[in-house]
Design a protein around this ligand. Structure first.
Ligand code: SAM
Ligand code: SF4
Length: 401
């Protein structure tokens, strides 16, 4: 159901009863990259660094945030994630201005986590340090692989030497950082995967995100598919990743995320725990709770249109209320990705629904050996984690009753 923007409309009575509002995070999307990678379906557009309309975009983000403020009035922001695209294409002065603009408009928690995604192709030592001085607390480095042949087949703008230098600088300048890898790459062998993971571990990365390369519709790889390892090899690779990271002291706490104690990503955890987030920037998504409803918004996706419309305080392309019947599935789509599952209290607090809305589906999932539970929490079993799609779909509107 489409909803108008005015706050009074969002606050009116409705079918949900939210006792309190969940924690709030802020996502900022910067939509440009040096070159478009052939596997990527993110809202990112190729742009020569000298042509970046940095100031215009920062002005648009400020106007976007201003217009959104009434929807998050009085709430504290616990994390900021500057994602893309390639945010590290922006100058440290630009990131400094962005964070100053945000601080002047919303209250940040004292320990607010501020992550910036960085591509090793934009690596310069002083630049990475200057991001730190601007207030960024955590760098997320898009490495993908340390193997030059694979980096080339992935169309990356950097080689392994740049990737190594970028991660080493992240380790020097930041108390915590993440490194993104992908596996099941075109022509990748188990030995090559092991070499990538060993290298990431040798760099003492406190957090690693490892994604199975997926062929997304409307990408170059979808049109010209490369030869990929088969499903069995990909499963074996995942088992190897989990074993190697575990023996190095990193815990797999979510489907694709591995962290040392104290280094989990607060921002991503908030998504998985069905917290709230305001997304500003081209194509950014928001999920915001009100006393009686949950609303999803999407900004205009095309950067030029977004900048024009943001300047006119009108950059929302769609705003919809999540139907009550969809909430159990939406909650489970996120919460069951977490190895430790979720407290039942979170379901009540964050969907505004009673437990009876999931009681039948939970019984079925427990009988099938896909979850264990007690009075306080629900945890996916090993089997539930292996068959996550089947487990999540038990909470679809038609199946959950
Ligand atoms: C939004 S991207 C941003 C990172 C940065 N732009 C970069 O690529 O260096 C976040 C991560 O998603 C992962 N990713 C992107 N496309 C993917 C795909 N088709 N399959 C699996 N993982 C993907 C990559 O590991 C990437 O680092
Ligand atoms: S650098 Fe990152 S966001 Fe940009 S095209 Fe490549 S994968 Fe996508």
């Amino acid at each position: 159901m489409a909803v108008p923007q005015d706050v009074a409309h969002l606050m009116r009575p409705g079918s949900l009863q939210m006792g309190s509002l969940p924690p709030l995070a802020l996502y900022v999307h910067l939509p440009w990259c040096i070159r478009k990678c052939p596997y990527c379906d993110f809202n990112s557009h190729a742009m020569a660094p000298g042509e970046l309309p940095e100031q215009r975009y920062l002005d648009a983000l400020r106007a976007d945030l201003e217009a959104a403020l009434p929807l998050v009035w009085g709430r504290t922001v616990h994390s900021i994630f500057i994602g893309g695209g390639t945010p590290s294409l922006f100058s440290p002065q630009g990131i400094d201005q962005l964070l100053a603009d945000i601080r002047a408009r919303v209250r940040l928690a004292a320990d607010c986590e501020i992550t910036l995604e960085a591509n090793p192709g934009t690596f310069e030592r002083d630049r990475f340090r200057a991001f730190r001085s601007a207030g960024v607390t955590r760098l997320s480095v898009g490495v993908q692989s340390f193997n030059d042949r694979h980096l080339q087949s992935l169309g990356r703008v950097h080689d392994s030497a740049q990737a190594l230098a970028a991660v080493e600088e992240a380790a020097r300048s930041f108390d915590t950082f993440n490194l993104d890898l992908m596996y099941a790459l075109p022509g990748q062998t188990m030995a090559e995967l092991e070499a990538d993971v060993s290298q990431a571990l040798a760099l003492q990365s406190p957090h690693i995100s490892i994604y199975h390369l997926t062929i997304e519709p409307n990408t170059y790889f979808a049109k010209f598919p490369p030869a990929l390892p088969d499903d069995d090899s990909a499963y074996d690779m995942l088992d190897r990743i989990t074993a190697m990271t575990q023996s190095a002291g990193l815990q797999r706490y979510e489907v694709s995320a591995y962290a040392r104690p104290g280094h989990r990503c607060w921002h991503n955890l908030n998504y998985w725990q069905f917290g709230d987030y305001l997304g500003i920037g081209a194509g950014a998504h928001s999920k915001l709770s009100f006393a009686h409803r949950i609303v999803r918004q999407v900004r205009h996706r095309e950067p030029r249109l977004y900048m024009e419309r943001a300047a006119a305080m009108d950059c929302i392309a769609s705003s919809t209320e999540v139907p009550r019947a969809d909430l159990p599935f939406e909650f489970m789509l996120n919460a069951l990705r977490l190895k430790e599952g979720f407290p039942l209290a979170h379901f009540l607090e964050r969907t505004g629904l009673p437990l009876s809305a999931i009681a039948a589906a939970l019984d079925k999932a427990e009988t099938a050996g896909l979850v264990t539970r007690d009075l306080a929490s629900v945890v996916p079993t090993e089997r539930g984690f292996d068959f996550l799609n089947d487990l999540q779909s038990m909470f679809l509107p038609a199946s959950a009753t």
